[in-house]
Design a protein around this ligand. Sequence first.
Ligand code: DGT
Ligand code: CA
Ligand code: CA
Length: 574
Amino acid sequence: MDNAEVAKRLFEMAEMLEFKGENIFKIKAYQKAARHIEELEEDINVLRRKDELGSIPGVGEAIEAKIKEMLDTGTFKAFEKIRHTIPQDIEEITAVQGIGPKTAHLLYSKLGVKDLQGLLKAAEEHRIRRIPGMGLKTEEHILIAAKRQLAEGNIGRFPLGVALPIAEEISKKLLDGTLIREVRIAGSIRRWKDTVGDIDLIARSDEPEKAIEVFTLMDNVQEVLEKGNTKGSIIYKGNIQVDLRIVKDDAFGSLLQHFTGSKEHNVKLRQIALSKGFHLSEYGLKNATTAEQIPFSTEHEQYERLGLQFIPPELREDWGEIEAAMEKKIPRLIEVSDIKGDLHVHSNWSDGHNTIEEMALAAKALGYQYINISDHSASSKIANGLSEKRLLDHIKEIERLNESIEGIRILSGTECDILPEGTLDYSDELLEQLDIVVVAVHGSVEQDSKTMTQRIVSALENEHVHILAHPTGRKFGKRLPFAMNMEKIMDTALEYGKVLEINSSPQRLDLNDKFAMMARERGIKLAINTDTHSLEQFGNIRYGIGTARRAWIASNDVINTLHLKDICKFLGIS
Ligand code: DGT
Ligand code: CA
Ligand code: CA
């Protein structure tokens, strides 16, 4: 067994003990040992041979004996014994958002729930609400979470667009009053990952214990999971877990870096630190020979001390960023302020809430130089799609507005449906009259991969088309990505010079980080649009930018960073 396997087994042991409602200190002891073993640089088998297992922090005599047993036999007796008393699929249950091992045990002992199907059934039959301490609300949350998990296998994670606003709301609450001086959102949210497991916050306060108290007493706290001196953990309204860590000293930068992760990034960073003679932790660097502790108040200083260029949070996934930082080759990533216009905007001519003029003025107020009014095409009946006749009126209205409004150019466009057989919803003659053509799949989303791929490829071959919007069609909690061959679609986009969209709607984030990276690596141009249906939704651009930054995208990869003059040249219009 290697370090990771030993750690995994100890974590499992802790989870099972928790399920059984065992002594919390015993559970924590297993977790602590597991964490330290996971982070060990040296092979645990080597340590064992040197008889130094006891030097691993958190490994006392009892756990040391179990590790030895594991290294000899691949498991340990206590583990096997407890394992047989626990239902096999219990992980399916603890994977549901908001259900920890303790609740899982309650559901099992009171209702005999031992897998996801059983959980769903219990919730639907309203048996959960009758367990003391669970109630109607909890039952509803469990029902939703269990269904979501069953539907998309996206186990217990929240869309960023749900988690980030909650994190911001809580940060604001914590900053009320004078107790807490600074709050930062860390973890996967700070990395702009599209789904997050929980919310991680760190804060600065001279009275950590009081600050934790305030945290656990906020409105909308459903459950307090942990309340320590510097650490708190709660379940917040919406069933999302929030972890808070508080420091008062000057290690704020080190703490922020640690809790921003990712874990993979941190593991690699620790190796770098070690090679320079330091141990890295959330408290900063510790000189391996003198044991001197060096805390950092900013992340920048800590990276610099390790001989690395600063690494933006979005890149911290161990996708090559540490190697790049060593060579000072981290690119300047795109920023919200680089965006010069939005190329996917709806008005009340189709399913938007505002007039074209209102959308244009809002965009102008943001400092944009242009927007594309891309209302839906005729086939999108539910979205009040524009008939050919109405599209002609739409073009005229935009002409009229361009004459009356100063300081922003309204491009006349469409979000034209790609029909099931791959033809477009408007004739070529009509498309030709538009400044810009965005195409997208809306209906018949269940097609097989071959049909869907050919459908999109056909659309991209059309000479009037500029942008493919939300290419995979996924919607969190509602729709999985289309079955499609992305390689083939990207090949076509590159061949025909078409642009792929990063749709910033927090329900979509489509392309996602990985696909956006694939597009960039191939030299395909991107557009980062909001697909806004109201004035407020222009603000969603930050989600698209976050996704693009995770894909290492720079401003010159993106067409809507072009100035008006240059975007017109790109579109071949005057
Ligand atoms: P999530 O919540 O699943 O979306 O992902 P993260 O990255 O927010 O992970 P989380 O909440 O478990 O922990 C937040 C950060 O704290 C993580 O990115 C790195 C750090 N961290 C947490 N646990 C460990 C650990 O066991 N080892 C190391 N090296 N870092 C950890
Ligand atoms: Ca997290
Ligand atoms: Ca966490």
